[in-house]
Design a protein around this ligand. Structure first.
Ligand code: BTN
Length: 320
């Protein structure tokens, strides 16, 4: 109901409680209660005895109604669960993903203002203060589990594109899933899945974007390697807009992936690559391999050329 009121408030400068009550078929007292609710959410609404209610400003929050307004996706973000401060949006998304049969749909989004226990790759913590974008998307792809790396790479392309569209800032992708600006991390992706031998049950793609944050607020040990979009652009970023554009790009690339046309996504990934052509060291969890990053193949694997010329295929690992 609060959302319906918001819709009317957005259309006109002033609208009376009486008109609202008539339009929504509820009492004026009920309208007043809903308006209080909106105020509690951070909407600034003034009221005039004669003219009625007027929406003055919206809160700078990632509220579902703000994101969905003007979102042009078909299914990504059609359902949004918003939390001011959960432990981790990936944790919530994974719990929800189990309930497909009870109506949790592909594209369901979990979004937070901050996270108290954000998760990074390889069991690391992910610092997630207010001002960032912390979200997870639930997917049910009819693809083989080997597609998981491709989903991560495609998410990175969507993020780079969205950042460019919204802020004009150019960023690069460090294989497999770090987005860098000036060699510093601005965004990370954590893809988790449940699968059987040849089918995926669910995938949760979590993405964190350091948006309107000061890198000095980060833990000391990562400050030096961290940057935010606001710091690069010198001004506040419209987070709602960035989320919308990211979701649109994400759906576009996910559709391409589902059509099994990954090669065109890969082409774009390579354009933004920070890794290819560089001499790097990769920790695969089992060993550390040094070599030149010569290719990302059709599976999304990194191909390293060792000093002795041997080519090594690495499906997952961390560049150190
Ligand atoms: C990494 O680079 O290590 C991956 C970081 C992923 C962070 C995002 S923030 C939203 C989602 N929820 C989490 O707990 N983690 C991911």
């Amino acid at each position: 109901m609060a959302n319906d009121i918001l819709k009317f408030l957005r259309e006109k400068e002033y609208i009376s409680g009486e008109v609202l009550a008539r339009k929504l078929n509820i009492s004026r007292v009920a309208i007043w209660k809903q308006v209080q609710k909106l105020k509690d959410m951070g909407y600034k609404i003034i009221s005039d005895q004669n003219l009625g209610y007027c929406l003055v400003s919206r809160p700078d929050l990632l509220l579902p109604q703000e994101i969905q307004r003007g979102l042009s996706t078909n299914y990504i973000g059609k359902e949004i669960y918003y939390f001011p401060e959960p432990k981790s949006t990936n944790i919530i998304a994974k719990e929800k993903a189990l309930h497909r049969a009870e109506g949790v749909n592909e594209g369901t989004l979990i979004i937070a203002e901050r996270q108290s226990a954000g998760k990074g790759r390889l069991g690391r913590k992910w610092f997630s203060p207010a001002g960032g974008i912390w979200l997870s998307v639930i997917l049910y792809p009819q693809l083989s589990p080997s597609y998981i790396s491709r989903i991560t790479l495609m998410t990175a392309v969507a993020a780079v594109k969205a950042i460019k569209i919204c802020t004009q800032i150019k960023s690069q992708i460090k294989w497999p899933n770090d987005i860098l600006i000036n060699e510093k991390k601005v965004c990370g992706i954590l893809t988790e899945m449940s699968a059987e031998l040849d089918i995926i049950n669910w995938v949760v793609v979590g993405i964190g974007i350091n948006t309107n944050i000061d890198h000095r607020d980060f833990p000391e040990d990562i400050q030096e390697n961290t940057i935010s979009l606001k710091e690069v652009s010198g001004k506040e970023i419209l987070r709602v807009k960035l989320v919308q554009v990211f979701l649109q790009e994400f759906e576009k690339y996910y559709e391409i992936l589902k059509r099994r046309e990954f090669s065109s996504v890969l082409k774009e990934w390579k354009l933004y690559s920070h890794t290819l052509g560089k001499k790097i060291r990769v920790d695969t969890g089992e060993r550390i391999i040094t070599g030149e990053a010569v290719e990302i193949n059709e599976e999304g694997a990194l191909i390293l050329k060792k000093e002795d010329g041997e080519l090594v295929k690495i499906l997952s690992g961390t560049i150190i």
